[in-house]
Design a protein around this ligand. Structure first.
Ligand code: SAH
Ligand code: SF4
Length: 381
């Protein structure tokens, strides 16, 4: 089996080139061809010696993810569904704004955390994505969008690890992918513009601080443990105080001087004035210890199996006012891509129905549905 070069950050690629007897600067050239220019064939890489191109052809490949579908929303949001094999698929969403282009990237097929309000959580866990599968989402989107928008400059300025999956439960694949995003020879994104969102895997927050500090968003969703235990089951393992302590430690290494706290507004569950007051008290206690916070209220995006509904606009406004009047920084997230089910927590909508995904993969590959359900290597392409 040849190596997929999308699996490497620059260090990894340099080590791989070293095994081929090539110098480090060759790895840099190769990395630029792949990530900055979107090359897929070694033959395109005209400034590499023919002998190296031949060596690469025999030992390596640049393998993107097959696209199962693409939907474009009226507001310009684009959602892709990628085939990751064995009937699994993951989604990636591009969100254009006047001053930035944000890509929302998946880290796992499914998710093991099982949050009550999240469609991916209801789907269950299938497997971790590899580094190559994480970076392939950015690689594809960036180079597709340049062509689609007729642009030669970079289109994607921000990445948020807020697609399907819990990124900090796939740490070893995540970190090289983040490094490729940050690398000046890769996508050259600033640390402040790459955000890892986590439901609160405390030990991995500390490791991220050491190994690859980027902006951090924490999915809080509740101001006390009793409520959070029922919404984010991981809270039973890492309760709120431990999580906030980890956030505070993280700030010493973070590229930004605050942590973003996400709070999904669920009608009658966590959206009452008393919850807002508790949240203020909780975050103030930690602010006293030097932790700065920004709170992002996310109107819940409903899906049938959740049995939950979105908080009413007056409830969201009342909550916002209490938190804001207490002097904390708080915003309400605009929902984007509603018409194509690309909003937060709706990403698994298409994926959830495995049969539909399998049928689509079969159609695309021109094989029988029965063949798809066997391991990928047995499927003739
Ligand atoms: N697993 C990570 C990142 C992916 S989820 C995490 O939980 O942080 C990205 C964000 O979408 C999280 O804040 C999550 O709580 C939120 N989310 C999940 N389901 C949602 C839904 N149905 N409506 C609104 N936000 C949702
Ligand atoms: Fe997993 Fe995040 Fe969804 Fe929770 S909200 S189930 S951690 S993807």
């Amino acid at each position: 089996m040849t190596a997929n070069l999308l699996d490497f950050d620059l260090e990894g690629l340099a080590a791989f080139c070293g095994q081929l007897g090539e110098k480090r600067f060759r790895a840099t050239q190769l990395f630029r061809w792949i990530h900055q220019r979107g090359a897929t064939e070694f033959g395109q890489m005209t400034d590499l010696a023919k002998s190296l191109r031949d060596k690469l052809s025999g030992s390596a490949r640049i393998e993107a993810l097959p696209v199962l579908s693409q939907h474009e929303s009226a507001d310009g949001t684009i959602k892709w569904l990628f085939d990751v094999g064995d009937g699994d698929a993951v989604e990636t969403v591009f969100i254009p704004e006047s001053d930035r282009g944000t890509l929302c990237v998946s880290s796992q097929a499914g998710c093991a955390v099982g949050c009550r309000f999240c469609s991916t959580g209801h789907q269950g866990f299938s497997r971790n994505l590899s580094t190559g599968e994480i970076i392939a989402q950015l690689w594809f989107a960036e180079h597709f969008l340049r062509k689609h928008l007729g642009q030669t400059d970079r289109v994607i300025s921000n990445v948020v690890m807020m697609g399907m999956g819990e990124p900090l439960q796939n740490f070893s694949a995540l970190v090289p992918a983040l490094r490729a995003m940050l690398d000046d020879h890769g996508y050259g994104l600033s640390r402040r513009r790459v955000t890892v969102s986590t439901s609160g895997v405390v030990p991995m927050i500390d490791r991220l601080a050491q190994e690859c500090p980027v902006a951090l968003a924490v999915s809080l969703h509740a101001p006390n443990d009793a409520l959070r235990d029922g919404l984010v089951p991981l809270n039973k393992k890492y309760p709120i105080v431990e999580l906030l302590d980890a956030c505070q430690r993280y700030l010493a290494y973070a590229p930004r001087d605050f942590i973003t706290f996400e709070y999904c507004m669920l009608d009658g569950v966590n959206d009452q004035p008393a919850h807002a007051e508790q949240l203020v008290t909780l975050l103030r206690q930690h602010a006293g210890q030097g932790m700065r916070a920004k709170i992002n209220l996310i109107p819940f995006n409903p899906f049938p199996a959740s049995g939950l509904t979105r908080s009413s606009p007056p409830a969201i406004n009342a909550f916002l006012r209490i938190v804001n009047d207490a002097g904390l920084v708080v915003t309400v997230r605009k929902t984007r891509g509603d018409d194509i089910d690309a909003a937060c927590g709706q990403l698994a909508g298409d994926v959830q129905d495995r049969t539909r995904v399998v049928e689509r993969i079969a159609l695309q590959r021109n094989v029988r549905v029965q063949d798809i359900q066997r391991p990928a290597k047995e499927v003739s392409l």
